[in-house]
Design a protein around this ligand. Sequence first.
Ligand code: HEC
Length: 197
Amino acid sequence: MIRHSLIAMAIGMAASALIQPAAAADSKGAAASVKRGEYLVGILGCHDCHTPLKMGPKGPEPDMKRAFSGHPQDLVMPPAPKLPEGPWLWMGAATNTAFAGPWGVSYSSNLTADKDTGMGKWKPEEFVAAIKTGKHAGVARPIMPPMPWQAYRNLSDGDLKAVFAYLQAQPAVRNQVPQYQPPQPSAAAPVTVPAKK
Ligand code: HEC
């Protein structure tokens, strides 16, 4: 009996000795991925549009308490003003999280790990597919401007997964971003000129 349990213990110890280095290597790999993601996000400028700007003593600055949380839910945007004829084509909110142009009105999404309002339920594969195809989760509606997925799609799958790992490792912020609004059909309708009598 004693011999038996000693053998069992020995096997157990051998097994955990085998498993532990693998687990340690895994978490080391995960940490390296988060680090790489931080580096990439720093270059790719995700904060520019996904972290709302607030007014600071030296002008607008990213509100890091709301890092990556997208357009603030409490900032309800009025309809975008109509631009006069001319070369100005699009408008942006002071937070740099809402954009109106020929594509309609788009709001920067919540990239934090919040399960209900962010990407907490996303799998890394869905994130990679979204950026590679320019479609929500890689399958749904097209992702609108000014999200530069056409540039980010050139990242390798490994780098995209690192970006995702970094984002998932940041504090989750509960913030329900408004729905994208397609262009108003009336705005695009041709102006009708009354017939001359
Ligand atoms: C120039 C502004 C801008 C930059 C820079 C930017 N985004 Fe976006 N992003 C947006 C906007 C606006 C949307 C929402 C588009 C829409 O609703 O169709 C968006 C949408 C997304 C979506 C789609 C979410 C969904 O629900 O389908 C993901 C994922 C995303 N961005 C990730 C990133 C990451 C990661 C970076 C940095 C590597 C980044 N974005 C940089 C503006 C930007």
